[in-house]
Design a protein around this ligand. Structure first.
Ligand SMILES: [Zn+2]
Length: 370
């Protein structure tokens, strides 16, 4: 292939960003065949060397592997046109990629802060958002992250090292080692650096859950957090420091940054609550058999007699209305370590270890109602 910057029609290899944006949007931000986020911009027909312009209607996104198959004619142009019309990402609702970042230690960079040997880096309202999990296969760890964008809507997950960006209104760009999700209204919601064998670095972040936001505005910036209504420059934060823990130890896991408690509302007075619960409450058991709260009518009540969840048709929801787990045999369980959306679920380490000896299959998520 010619290394010239232009083809015979004097068309530069440079594709204007507005054209690229339309191609990304039309393709669902990933390879139209496989949904991989690592993509190149391809002229379908005419090919680049015969093209007179960068026409987004005649171009699409292909990953290097699928592109190679097209070049070798293992995949026909007809199939490329078909895939352009109905990209994989729109069927799946997400685009994905596997991260090859360093996972032999528990290091995570967030702006100018670093957490090391901390199993959970950020916990918001009793829900771990960034954490490491020991791998079943080897001595390494796996990274899990839940990224909420503006207004508490999930935009991306890292589910055991698999990066999953949800296809919605945001622009998703993979360029070199950097992955970015940007919103027209809120700007960059997430920028990750995923250089091989380096710790994952979250360089920019705007995450909102309920009334709290966590903001990172650059690789040398603090991790700032506070009420959603507080201007970013007035938020408190941590910067330029390393939060070091002990990794996975028999004493449990450590959390670097925990913000807000489990969402709850007052429900009954303590005296009346104690009475009601002693008469009508059904205990909720943790995986180790201890009592963590009660079910009273359709309410999940914690030990402080506050309402922390709602039961409906055998399913347990947080006060904010988020589905968490199923109510099965006095336990709050989920059958799997992820939700259908691809969102990873934090599993208590000892619960995972004792999984095969349990009577009820599933993972204990009662910690979300603590
Ligand atoms: Zn592909």
């Amino acid at each position: 292939m010619s290394k010239s910057r232009k083809n015979k029609y004097n068309l530069s290899r440079y594709i204007p960003s507005s054209v690229k944006e339309k191609i990304r949007r039309d393709a669902g931000y990933g390879c139209v065949f496989c949904g991989c986020i690592l993509v190149e911009y391809e002229h379908i027909d005419p090919e680049y060397h015969n093209a007179k312009e960068h026409d987004p209607d005649k171009m699409t996104l292909l990953c290097p592997m699928c592109h190679d198959k097209v070049t070798k004619k293992l995949l026909s142009k007809k199939k490329v046109w078909e895939a352009k019309k109905s990209p994989k990402a729109f069927d799946d609702g997400y685009v994905s990629d596997t991260l090859m970042v360093a996972t032999e230690s528990l290091d995570l960079l967030m702006g100018s802060a670093r957490t090391t040997m901390m199993a959970v880096a950020i916990n918001l309202y009793g829900k771990p958002l960034f954490w490491f999990e020991p791998s079943d296969d080897d001595d390494n760890y796996k990274i899990c992250c839940i990224f909420y964008g503006a207004e508490g809507k999930p935009i991306a997950y890292i589910n055991r090292n698999e990066y999953i960006a949800l296809v919605g209104k945001q622009d998703i760009v993979s360029k070199g080692v950097s992955l970015t999700i940007a919103d027209k209204k809120y700007g960059v919601l997430l920028e990750l650096s995923r250089e091989g064998d380096q710790p994952l670095h979250i360089k920019r972040l705007f995450t909102q859950l309920y009334s709290t936001k966590v903001v990172i505005s650059g690789e040398n910036s603090a991790v700032s957090f506070g009420d959603i209504k507080t201007p970013n420059e007035q938020l408190g934060g941590i910067s330029g420091l390393t939060l070091a823990g002990q990794g996975y130890s028999p004493n449990g896991v450590q959390t670097a940054l925990g913000l807000g408690g489990v969402p709850q509302e007052s429900f009954l007075s303590i005296v009346y609550g104690a009475m009601q619960i002693s008469r009508f409450g059904k205990p909720i058991l943790r995986f180790d058999g201890s009592i963590t709260g009660w079910v009273l009518g359709n309410r999940i009540v914690n030990k402080a007699y506050r309402s922390v969840g709602i039961l409906s048709h055998g399913k347990a929801y947080s006060i904010a209305g988020e589905y968490v787990a199923d109510y099965i045999g006095n336990q709050l369980l989920h059958s799997n370590d992820q939700y259908e959306s691809g969102e990873p679920i934090y599993i208590i380490h000892n619960d995972r270890c004792s999984r095969n000896t349990k009577s009820n299959q599933g993972y204990d998520l009662s910690y979300r109602f603590g």
